[in-house]
Design a protein around this ligand. Structure first.
Ligand code: MTE
Ligand code: MOS
Length: 764
């Protein structure tokens, strides 16, 4: 059977041979225009005058598009309509598109875009979270979840600590930048090829921008060169601007962002600050906790409500918090509007609670692992989250026990201590951190999916579903499911471009739910066809349904054995429909917005990692020496793809927490907009020793697709172990008992500052 096997990604060979088609590779008609944005240079202000005459007169320019050229709504905001495609008078971040210019070549368009003369009336700008908090500059109402009597219990707790956590943002740095190609069709139609995680939303926003209806717009995406959340809402801006120009000029229009434009114009992971107050007992068990979370949402709502909602429900991680209050502020700043990014607010919440655990352990001189374990959700007791969902699938005890043994955590703890006692320059650190992550979109309505399966009379199968491929392997997994359902070899199935005209009203491929949702929908479609064939065969051969079996490309009908192809060809002649849609919606989930309780997640995914690092106390540089990971994916649909997701997610998290630093100057301009100044991990940052394993014999207790679990986002949070290993090494470099003031990302500068608290500050 195809399900559960380690099968290579369907496009693996195409990726490495260069044959895989990305948006930019689609052959374009000869009259195609190339577009570029003209952007604001100030963070907040009014446009007093915008002189675009030099832009329009530049060589090769065919059109300059401003709000006046948008036939419909000048907006690409999905949840709240507060994202103009082109700023109309009011500028709210440095980098905001003011206009777009279309020319016969891409170079001509970019060159022309820089020729605009814009005069602004500058307004005061709020640029970071602390300033926004001080000014109470919020985009939307703050939210709060409280259980028990946290303030009263804090006052009575045997021990109490207060602290703050600083967590930086992150650029998605997908290798393929944002891009769309809009092709005008007859009768006012528009076909858009978009590098998007959310074709349906691009369809609806393009339709609104053009002042037309959904049925006039088709959006297609064969694959993305990475999305990571950055192409969930942001892709609509690019597609809408391209479509507006295509409509006005009647010519195909491609809009592609170069790396600098992409980093400056589009949203990133939310940076957070948090203040906590925790009470605990002698063993380090938390008695009561209050947490204030505040995130930089940027100038508009985008997906910030959902991102912060996920943060609000992930402060517990794997820990039972009895008396707790979590407050979430969604700060409005005059910076780019932040958006979805792998983990969607969850990772930031986990960083907060893990720092709390670490601080408790240090204050009691206990091993941090013992404190973490003492706080774990129990099995059958102390098992209800502070938002009312019971943790019914807790495997964190098993994962931690096994990982502690296989990584030789205790022995290596002693080895690290011995190393640190004998070495003054290079210090080592070790940490084990756990992960629990809720699976489902927190907005219940998004937890639905559709698929279309066509069986042709030669026995081959065309598979279409609402999920988009961004490298994560959703297509191969869904194809495996369909192959298993029809009992055909994987080679019989062809995966096609995601297309709003084949499967409508889809959700974003996000929240790690791509194969959970689309796998179920495609299975339902394939099952409908199989059951039609079973009916037909039973009648024709006078057998009972349980005498018909589909496997290995054959169909056993009683004593007969036919090929799938023969059966299908005969069924066609007998006028049996060989095409079906399929649909799925996640059961059991609900959320009471007023009470802030419910069951937002169908189930939880778990994992843990042990990381060991070395820091150079003279330069602050760090090196990840070894990582051991044990991660829970239920009954894996494809262990090869899942291991890839675990490794990739982990290293992307390491980048976020150690090297990727976004820096805005005092005028709110992003200064780190290229790989020269914004450092993502390279292959050489992968540790010399890495033991990555999936938790075996742990099928999902819920009825998910073949009892698998989602894997896309949770492994990113395994990287928190690296941040804590660095903290541990910093502690070894500091006098015993000294506070560790280490923000994320723990860049060399940050590490150096943390271990030399009394040194003069060269960097601000
Ligand atoms: N893996 C690759 N290679 N590229 C990506 O862009 N995105 C991540 C994750 N893994 C991503 C990836 C994010 S943010 C999510 S939500 C999931 O994949 C989405 O896909 P899935 O739901 O099919 O897991
Ligand atoms: Mo992933 S952040 O949910 O696209």
């Amino acid at each position: 059977m195809s399900v559960g096997r380690a099968i290579p990604h369907d496009s693996a060979e195409l990726h490495v041979s260069g044959e895989a088609l990305y948006c930019d590779d689609i052959p374009t008609p000869s009259n195609t225009l190339h577009a570029a944005f003209g952007i604001s240079t100030i963070a907040h202000g009014r446009v007093r005058e915008m002189d675009l005459s030099r832009v329009g007169a530049a060589a090769g320019v065919v059109m300059v598009a401003t709000p006046a050229d948008i036939p419909g709504e000048n907006n690409y905001g999905s949840v709240v309509h507060d994202d103009p495609i082109f700023a109309d008078g009011l500028v709210q971040y440095a980098g905001q598109p003011l206009f777009a210019v279309a020319a016969t070549t891409y170079r001509a368009a970019r060159k022309a875009a820089s020729l605009a003369r814009v005069e602004y009336e500058t307004l005061p700008a709020i640029l970071d979270v602390r300033s926004a908090l001080a000014a109470e500059s919020y985009l939307m109402p703050s939210e709060r979840i409280v259980r028990g009597r946290p303030h009263e219990r804090l006052a009575q707790a045997p021990h109490r600590l207060r602290g703050s956590v600083t967590i930086g943002g992150q650029d998605h740095f997908y290798l393929e930048g944002q891009i769309a190609l809009a092709l005008p069709q007859e009768g006012g139609g528009m076909l858009v090829h978009s590098s998007t995680q959310h074709p349906t939303e691009v369809q609806s926003i393009v339709a609104h921008a053009l002042g037309t209806s959904a049925h006039a717009v088709s959006v297609q995406c064969r694959r993305m060169g990475g999305g990571f959340g950055g192409k969930e809402s942001q892709a609509a801006l690019i597609a809408a601007a391209a479509a507006v120009i295509a409509r006005k000029t009647g010519r195909p229009t491609k809009l592609r962002l170069d790396r600098d434009a992409d980093m400056i114009i589009t949203g990133k992971r939310h940076d957070f600050v948090a203040d906590y107050d925790v009470g605990f007992d002698d063993r380090g068990r938390i008695v009561a906790l209050t947490v204030m979370l505040a995130s930089r949402c940027g100038y508009s709502a985008d997906l910030s409500a959902a991102v912060n909602g996920r943060a609000l429900t992930h402060v517990d991680n794997t820990y039972f918090l009895e008396h707790v209050e979590v407050i979430s502020h969604r700060c409005k700043t005059h910076t780019v509007s932040n958006t979805a990014f792998r983990g969607f607010g969850g990772p930031q919440a986990l960083v907060v609670i893990e720092q709390v655990m670490d601080e408790i352990a240090r204050s009691l001189s206990l091993d941090a692992l013992d404190v973490r374990r003492a706080n774990f959700y129990g099995v059958g007791e102390r098992d209800t989250t502070y938002y009312g969902q019971k943790v019914e699938d807790n495997v964190i005890h098993e994962i931690t026990d096994r990982l502690e043994r296989t990584s030789r955590y205790r022995e290596r703890r002693a080895e690290v201590a011995a190393w640190n006692a004998g070495n003054t320059v290079i210090k080592r650190g070790l940490a084990l951190t756990p992960v629990k992550f809720g699976i489902s979109f927190t907005a219940t309505q998004f937890n639905q999916a559709g698929a279309l399966v066509n069986v042709y009379s030669d026995g081959t199968v065309l598979l279409n579903h609402g999920g988009t491929e961004m490298g994560q392997g959703v297509h191969i997994k869904v194809a495996q499911v369909v192959a298993a359902e029809l009992g055909v070899p994987l080679a019989a199935i062809r995966i096609t471009t995601t297309d709003t005209s084949k499967v409508p009203n889809t959700s974003a491929t996000a929240a790690s739910s791509g194969s959970d949702l689309n796998g179920m929908a495609a299975q339902a479609a394939a099952r409908t066809i199989r059951l039609r064939l079973v009916d037909y065969l039973c009648e024709k051969h006078d057998v009972a349904p349980d005498e018909v079996l589909f496997a290995d490309g054959s169909v056993t009908v009683g004593a007969r054995r036919l090929s799938f192809r023969e059966v299908v060809a005969a069924a066609y002649l007998a006028r049996i429909s060989l095409s079906s849609t399929g649909y799925y919606r996640t059961p059991k989930i609900f959320w009471d917005k007023a009470a802030m309780t419910g069951r937002p997640f169908f189930y939880f995914a778990y994992g843990a990692a042990v990381s060991e690092v070395a820091i150079d106390t003279l330069t602050g540089e760090t090196q990840l020496l070894r990582v051991d990971i044990l991660h829970d994916v239920g009954a894996s649909l494809n262990p090869a793809v899942d291991i890839g997701q675990v490794e990739g997610g982990f290293l992307q998290g390491v980048g976020w927490l150690t090297s990727e630093e976004l820096y805005w100057n005092e005028r709110g301009q992003l200064r780190t907009y290229a790989p020269s100044t914004y450092k993502i991990p390279a292959a050489s940052d992968w540790p010399a020793i890495a033991n990555v394993a999936l938790l075996e014999r742990a099928p999902n207790h819920e009825e998910t697709i073949h009892r698998s679990k989602a894997v896309g986002e949770p492994p990113l949070m395994l990287a928190i172990s690296v941040l804590h290993a660095i903290r541990d090494a910093c502690a070894a470099a500091l006098p015993a008992g000294a506070a560790i003031d280490l923000p994320a990302p723990a860049t060399p500068e940050a590490v150096l500052r943390a271990i030399t608290p009394l040194a003069p500050r060269v960097f601000a």
